[in-house]
Design a protein around this ligand. Structure first.
Ligand code: GLN
Ligand code: ZN
Length: 757
C-alpha cells in the first residue's frame, strides 16, 4: 500500500480566485458571503485535486482567508486590545489590514521564504479562550465531501517563538497559558471522528533552537498526546534539519515526525534514533518550494537510503514543505518554450509526482499501470533533456565566470570617496531618492500595451521618455541634488533584469502568495546567465542628457536578483549568483563609459536569503558579499557605488555590509528614529550612509518640522559629512500627490538644517 502525504496546499486558487474576491470584498463590491462561497469552492477543488491524484494524507485547515498564523491567534483568542471590540470577519481583517482607528498588526517573513505572516502580539495579562470553529468546520466540510483529512495546526512552540510581546518580554513565558488551549483544541478535535491525525507544524525547531525551545518540546508533546487515545500527532518541520528537536521528540508519544530531506539532508543523521523509537517518518523528498520536475530515479534512491534504517512500513512519502510556496499549475502556460515547460512542476503536477513515486517505492515498478509507465519514462526523458540541453549550458559563460579575477574595486573607500567628493562637489547632507517614482495607471498601461504589441516601440519610448522628462523636471524644481530617472520602464526590479538576461524564464500564471491577497510571480533561472546587451544604459543616459545634475544609474544587485527568482537546482546558488554578478559588472562598466558617475546597486533581498542555520550563514555571507563585489568590481575609483537595503535589522549583518564596500548605503530607518544608525557608529563605519528620513510605506505626508527633527536625531549619531538625506525606499507605490509635497518638505528640511550648522 502506498502512503503519501502533502504538508499543505496553496489556497489562493489557480486563477487567484481568492485574491479577487477578497479585494472586491475589501472594496465593498461584494458581500462576505461571496467570499465564503469562493473559499468553499476552492477548498473543495483543492481537496479533490489531491484525492484524484491519489494522495492519502490531505490537509484541512491549510486554507486561510489571510494567513495561518493569524488564524492561530484567532483560535487562541490572542486578540490585541485595540481590536477586542470587533467580531468575526471585521475583527479578522482589521487585525490583518488595520481599520480606520488602528494600524494593522505587524507582518514579517515566514522563515526564509517570501511568504509573510501576521506577527501575534501577546501580553502577560492576556487570557486566552479557544475558538475551534474554523478547524472543526473545515474538517466537517471535507468529510461531507467524503474526504477524511488530517488537520493542520501551527504548533505552540513555533507560535510563541514567532510572537512578540508588547512589553518586550520573553514570549515563551506565556507557554503555561497557551498549552492548555491547545489541549482543549485537541480534545475538541478528538470528538470529530474515531481516529484523527493532527499535523502540528513546528518549523521553529530548525532555526538554531536554544535550550529554552528544546526544554519545552517534551512537556508540550507529552501533554498534547495525552489528551485522547484516538489522536495521532505528527510533528512536522521543514526548510532545514531539526536534529536537536528530533532527539527529544522521539521520547514523546507522538505518532510521526515530518522531516525535510532536501533542504535539511542532515536529517538523515536522525534516522537511527527514529527507527529505534518505532515512529513514522514523513519523508519530505519532493521539493515543496521550487519549480523543478522531480528526478524520480534520484528520489527513489534517497527513499531507499532512508529505508535502509527506517522500516519501509514506517515511511510516508511527502512534499518537503507546504506547496504554498510554489505556483499552482502549469496548465495555463501556453507561451512557454516547450522544452523548458517539460522541466517544470508546480503544485498540481507535484501531486502526481508524489503519487507515482509512492507507488513505485512501496509497491514496486511492477505495480504501475500503462499510463504511469509512460509518466515514468517521460520523467526520465525530461530530466535527461534538462541535463544536456544547450539552453542551459553555455560554455562561454562558464569559462568567463570561472576565470573572472576582479573581485573588488580599486583603492580603499576613504580614498575613493575623497576623490568622488572632489569631482562631484556635493554638499554635506546631500539629497537624493531611492530610484522609483510613482507607477501611475497610465504608465502601467503603456508598458502592457507595448508588451501586447498594441503600441509601437517608438510610441512606447516616447511615453517612457516623457515620464523621465517630467521626473527630471520635478526633481530639479524641487531642489533634489542627485537625481534618478524614476524607473518607468520597470514592472518589477527583478523581472526587468530577468527579461534581458539569457538563462531566465517567465510564467504567465505562476503566482505565489506573498501575503494576504498579494501574490508575486517570480521569474525562474534555468540556465547559465549572460547579458546579450546593455540593459539600462539607454534610459539612464537619456535621463542624464536632460540635466546638469548627476543622474544616478539604477541596477538590482546579484543577490537580490537571485533571491527573488526560482533558482535552478543543478548548480549551487552561489555559482548562479556569480554568473549574475559578472553580467552586472559589464553593465556597470558600460554605464560609467557612457558618462554615468553614480550607480546604485540595490540589494533589497540580501537579508532574506540568510540561511536558518549558523554554519550555513557564513557560507552564504561569503559568496553573497563576493558577488556584490564582483558586480561593482568594474567601477572605477571615481564612479560612486551606492547600495540600498530596505529593512531595519542590521545588527547581525553590519560586518557583512562593511565588507561589501559600497561608497554609500541607503537604508530604511524612518520608523526607528536613529536606533538603527547607532550600529554603524558602533562598528566605526566610515563610508557614507543615507538613512531614510521618512516612511514611504504610508500615504502620510511628513512635515518639514518632522523631517528636521529626524535629521537632527541622525546627526546625534553620525557627522554631517557622512550622511545622505533620502526617503526610506523607492516611491513606486505612492501617488504623485503624496510624493511631491513630501520631497519638497524633505529638501526644505535639509536647507533649514544646513543653515543651522
Ligand atoms: N530602486 C528600487 C526602487 O526605488 C528599490 C526598491 C527596493 O529596494 N525594494 O523602487
Ligand atoms: Zn527599499
Amino acid at each position: 500500500m502506498s502512503k503519501n502525504y502533502i504538508v499543505g496546499f496553496p489556497r489562493i486558487g489557480e486563477q487567484r480566485e481568492l485574491k479577487k474576491v477578497l479585494e472586491e470584498f475589501w472594496a465593498k463590491k461584494c458581500s462576505f458571503e461571496d467570499v465564503q462561497t469562493v473559499a468553499k469552492e476552492l477548498k473543495k477543488r483543492h481537496w479533490e485535486y489531491q484525492r484524484d491524484a491519489g494522495i492519502e494524507f490531505i490537509s484541512s485547515n491549510d486554507f486561510s482567508l489571510y494567513d495561518n498564523m493569524l488564524d492561530t491567534s484567532v483560535m487562541l483568542g490572542a486578540i490585541p486590545k485595540k481590536f477586542k471590540n470587533l467580531k468575526n470577519e471585521e475583527l479578522y481583517f482589521a487585525m490583518a489590514r488595520g481599520n480606520a482607528s488602528s494600524v494593522a498588526m505587524e507582518m514579517t517573513k515566514w522563515f526564509n521564504t517570501n511568504y509573510h505572516y501576521i506577527v501575534p502580539e501577546l501580553e502577560p495579562s492576556d487570557s486566552y479562550k479557544l475558538d475551534a470553529s474554523k478547524i472543526v468546520n473545515e474538517y466537517n466540510e471535507a468529510k461531507s465531501l467524503g474526504i477524511k483529512t488530517k488537520i493542520n495546526i501551527i504548533g505552540p512552540i513555533t507560535y510563541l517563538g514567532l510572537s512578540k510581546r508588547a512589553d518586550g518580554g520573553d514570549t515563551y513565558e506565556l507557554w503555561g497559558k497557551i498549552v492548555p488551549i491547545y489541549e482543549e483544541l485537541v480534545k475538541t478535535i478528538a470528538t470529530l471522528d474515531d481516529e484523527i491525525t493532527i499535523q502540528i507544524d513546528e518549523p521553529i525547531f530548525v532555526k538554531e533552537p536554544n535550550t529554552k525551545v528544546l526544554s519545552l518540546i517534551k512537556p508540550t508533546y507529552d501533554r498534547l498526546c495525552a489528551v485522547s487515545p484516538n489522536i495521532k500527532i505528527a510533528v512536522v518541520t521543514y526548510f532545514e534539519h531539526s536534529n536537536e528537536a528530533t532527539k527529544v521528540l522521539v521520547h514523546t508519544p507522538i505518532w510521526a515526525l515530518g522531516l525535510d530531506f532536501l533542504y535539511g539532508d542532515e536529517n538523515l543523521n536522525s534516522l537511527e534514533i527514529i527507527a529505534s523509537s518505532g515512529k513514522k517518518v514523513i519523508a519530505g523528498v519532493v521539493d515543496g518550494r521550487n519549480i523543478w520536475r522531480c528526478d524520480i530515479a534520484k528520489t527513489i534512491a534517497l527513499l531507499q537510503n532512508i529505508s535502509k534504517i527506517v522500516k519501509k512500513e514506517n515511511i510516508l512519502l511527502s512534499s518537503s514543505c507546504s506547496l504554498l510556496h510554489t505556483p499552482f499549475t502549469l496548465k495555463y502556460e501556453d507561451k512557454m518554450d516547450k522544452d523548458i515547460k517539460e522541466w517544470l512542476s508546480f503544485a498540481l503536477e507535484k501531486l502526481s509526482e508524489i503519487s507515482l513515486i509512492s507507488k513505485i517505492f512501496f509497491d514496486g515498478e511492477g505495480s504501475i499501470n500503462e499510463r504511469e509507465k509512460e509518466a515514468l519514462i517521460n520523467n526520465e526523458e525530461a530530466n535527461k533533456s534538462r541535463k544536456n540541453s544547450p539552453l542551459i549550458h553555455d560554455r562561454a559563460v562558464q569559462e568567463r565566470v570561472q576565470n573572472h579575477t576582479k573581485f573588488q574595486r580599486d583603492g580603499i573607500s576613504s580614498e575613493r570617496i575623497a576623490l568622488q567628493r572632489e569631482i562631484f562637489g556635493y554638499k554635506d547632507l546631500v539629497t537624493t531618492t531611492i530610484g522609483s517614482f510613482p507607477q501611475t495607471p497610465e504608465l502601467r498601461r503603456t508598458r502592457s500595451d507595448f508588451k501586447n504589441s498594441l503600441i509601437s516601440r517608438d510610441e512606447y519610448e516616447k511615453e517612457i521618455k516623457k515620464y523621465i522628462d517630467e521626473c527630471v523636471l520635478f526633481q530639479e524644481e524641487c531642489g533634489l541634488e542627485v537625481l534618478v530617472h524614476g524607473e518607468p520602464e520597470r514592472n518589477d526590479m527583478v523581472e526587468y533584469f530577468g527579461e534581458q538576461l539569457s538563462g531566465y524564464g517567465f510564467t504567465q500564471n505562476g503566482w505565489v502568495q506573498s501575503y494576504g491577497s498579494r501574490c508575486v510571480k517570480p521569474p525562474f533561472i534555468y540556465g547559465d546567465i549572460s547579458r546579450p546587451k546593455p540593459m539600462t544604459v539607454d534610459w539612464t543616459t537619456y535621463a542624464q542628457s536632460k540635466t546638469e545634475r548627476i543622474m544616478k544609474g539604477m541596477l538590482t544587485g546579484p543577490v537580490t536578483i537571485l533571491n527573488w527568482s526560482f533558482v535552478r537546482d543543478d548548480m549551487p546558488r552561489g555559482e548562479v549568483s556569480k554568473q549574475i554578478a559578472v553580467a552586472l559588472s559589464d553593465e556597470i562598466d558600460d554605464l560609467q563609459r557612457a558618462g554615468i558617475k553614480i550607480i546604485q546597486v540595490d540589494e533589497a533581498a540580501f537579508k532574506e536569503g540568510y540561511p536558518l542555520r549558523n554554519e550555513k550563514i557564513k557560507i552564504y555571507e561569503a559568496w553573497a558579499t563576493r558577488d556584490f563585489k564582483i558586480a561593482v568590481g568594474s567601477a572605477k575609483k571615481e564612479t560612486q557605488i551606492h547600495t540600498h537595503m530596505c529593512y531595519s535589522e542590521f545588527n547581525d549583518i553590519i560586518n557583512t555590509i562593511e565588507d561589501m564596500d559600497a561608497d554609500v548605503i541607503t537604508i530604511e530607518t524612518a520608523r526607528s528614529g536613529n536606533e538603527l544608525l547607532k550600529i554603524f557608529k558602533k562598528v566605526g563605519y566610515t563610508k557614507e550612509v543615507g538613512p531614510g528620513v521618512y516612511d514611504i510605506h504610508s500615504p502620510r505626508i511628513p512635515s518639514v518640522e518632522e523631517i528636521v527633527s529626524q535629521i537632527e536625531l541622525l546627526l546625534e549619531v553620525l557627522p554631517k559629512e557622512q550622511l545622505w538625506i533620502n526617503p526610506d525606499c523607492g516611491l513606486k507605490t505612492r501617488k504623485w500627490e503624496e510624493v511631491k509635497p513630501s520631497l519638497k518638505n524633505m529638501v526644505e528640511a535639509v536647507s533649514i538644517i544646513r543653515k543651522k550648522l
